[in-house]
Design a protein around this ligand. Sequence first.
Ligand code: SIN
Ligand code: MN
Length: 337
Amino acid sequence: MKNSRGQDSNSSPKPSIHNSSISYDPAVKTDESLLPTQFGKKRKHSNGKRLQLGQSNSKHVAGTNFADCSEVLPEVKPFDMCLSGSRSSATSTGCLNEKWNEMGHIVEGTEQRILRPGMVLLKRYITLSEQVEIVKKCRVLGLGQGGFYQPGYQDGAKLRLQMMCLGLNWDPETRKYKEQRVFDGSKAPAIPHEFSLLVKRAIQDAHALIKKEYKVSNVEDILPSMSPNICIVNFYTTHGRLGHHQDRDESRESLLKGLPVVSLSVGDSAEFLYGDQRNVDKAEKVLLESGDVLIFGGKSRHIFHSVASIIPKSAPRALYEETSLRPGRVNLTFRQF
Ligand code: SIN
Ligand code: MN
């Protein structure tokens, strides 16, 4: 049965954890074909036994010396965002010849909206060639050490997505950021410089919009700047979703200052819900499409938000052609710890 938002009414998001209180729906089945083989029913951890810090499970990476810990550590089956036969490792991007940093400013056809104080949506902000680069980089990082896995909670329930962290690892079980992943000892790959530049540019353009709309001199009071040192990359299949939650696991200082979360969306569109209240039925809805950037900081830093659904076949065709991206959506959220 569906509720008014088209969600299964018996599985409406329950506020709980995530990068803060991501709720989840243990009753809902995940896309089995995408699950690492070791994912079973209830277990202590989504990927098996937790490691002591200092241990490392290097089995994740092809071509490395495997640590001799096969009895205790499960293998994390790599998740490939792109379908086999992917062209994403090819150097050519066909007719897409723009480069990173060339755009500098908002492109034609973009649309900018202040959704609420401190919350800005930059529609179609990321160019197609930048989206292609994002997919290619995330694919490679996602297949390497510290790459994608399907996170779970203490009770064994899984998030309905694949996740990888850059900069620092976020642990959904403890809701803490750590250098090393608890279950395999991997360090988070570094945030690619191009990603950080894109975030910086988006904040600058959001500032320009706020200045124009509010006629204020100090935009930092409304939307503070930030330099990301954390990025959580989520891949949602078309069945993916994320329950209503707040992002509140960053440092106290970062949260008090309202340093923004900058979210980039690539691939299929998502119905994104947001609002002041924990109750998802009171949330507002906005469509996040491929290339959109959503920023929430200042007074909007603590909004509840969720991904209600992914809209199949809504990604730009050229993105599939260039990358063979699986049906689904990639979302990158940047934060400053
Ligand atoms: C998140 O809240 O962590 C991700 C949101 C999104 O996928 O848009
Ligand atoms: Mn969030």
